[in-house]
Ligand binder design. Structure first.
Ligand SMILES: [Zn+2]
Length: 285
């Protein structure tokens, strides 16, 4: 991906070097507030895996001496450029539709972080918290993407960021709320199906982003699209489960299969048309 020397978003909040410790005994008030937050905004089971609300409070200490490695700092700049690209695209698309795009913040952290969605460790992977409209990323995930998921390349990382921004777009469009409102009305099994559709739509939006970012900023280099598609495939639930459990449990899918994720990402990229991404009414996913 062509990114060096390009505009970086000013919406990156660098919290690397902060140590967040979970302090128990947050009190009933905290438990209730966090429960309400999670009920209202809902949490994505996979992206919020270790994010079980438990009335925790956290203490934050900042290491003022913190200096990331050169590799990490370069990655942070890259993330800033990709976020900037998502702003360019979604500002344009929202404006064209007569809406205003509210740009999300992106928090870089190391090891653990406190968000409006609770306490999360880096093991959670990148996530979006609708409660504070922020994306959270520990840069070590990108290494995991290369090694554990075997999805190397800078565009693989760009896809992951664009997918999380896709969740923000869903939040702004009210789609997230609509899905979460189903939680108490349908069975867990049915709700999982809605979650899959939500995830596949975020993949579709990532593809729409790639389509327009290419048009606006000419970002793609040879092989980039394949890197993105490969990443969409690598983080499909069936692949993740095979890797972690050795077998696949279809009912537990929350992100869609590798094939579905690739297909929706590709559809977004090919059409660039946000109206083609109604995964909720699609007969075939
Ligand atoms: Zn997602």
């Amino acid at each position: 991906m062509r990114w060096i020397g390009r505009r970086q978003s000013t919406n990156v909040e660098d919290r690397r070097g902060q140590t967040v410790k979970r302090v128990t005994g947050g009190g009933c008030g905290t438990i209730i507030i966090i429960l309400i937050i999670s009920m209202i905004f809902g949490v994505n089971p996979l992206e919020f895996l270790s994010n079980i609300p438990g009335g925790e409070q956290s203490s934050v200490t900042t290491d003022t001496e913190y200096q990331g490695t050169q590799e990490d700092n370069e990655l942070a700049q890259f993330v800033g450029v990709v976020l900037g690209d998502t702003e360019d695209v979604w500002n344009t698309l929202f404006r064209q539709a007569g809406h205003e795009y509210r740009e999300p913040k992106l928090v870089l952290y190391t090891e653990a972080v406190q968000s409006a969605c609770g306490y999360s460790s880096a093991a959670t992977g990148p996530f979006y918290c609708p409660g504070d409209e922020k994306l959270y990323i520990d840069l070590s995930f990108f290494q995991e993407l290369q090694e554990r998921f075997q999805a190397p390349g800078d565009f693989a990382m760009a896809y992951v960021i664009a997918h999380e921004v896709g969740h923000h777009v869903q939040n702004l469009l009210g789609i997230n709320d609509q899905v979460m409102a189903m939680r108490d009305r349908v069975s867990q099994l049915e709700f999982n199906q809605y979650m899959i559709r939500l995830e596949l739509q975020a993949d579709f939006f990532a593809g729409v982003w790639a389509h327009h970012a290419q048009k606006l900023n000419n970002i793609l280099e040879e092989g980039d699209l394949e890197e993105g598609i490969n990443a969409a495939s690598a983080v499909g639930d069936d692949r993740i489960m095979k890797r972690t459990q050795g077998y696949v449990v279809p009912d537990a899918f929350t992100h869609g299969t590798s094939e579905q994720r690739m297909r929706w990402f590709r559809k977004g990229y090919t059409t660039g048309d946000i109206n083609q991404g109604d995964t909720f009414n699609a007969e075939e996913l």
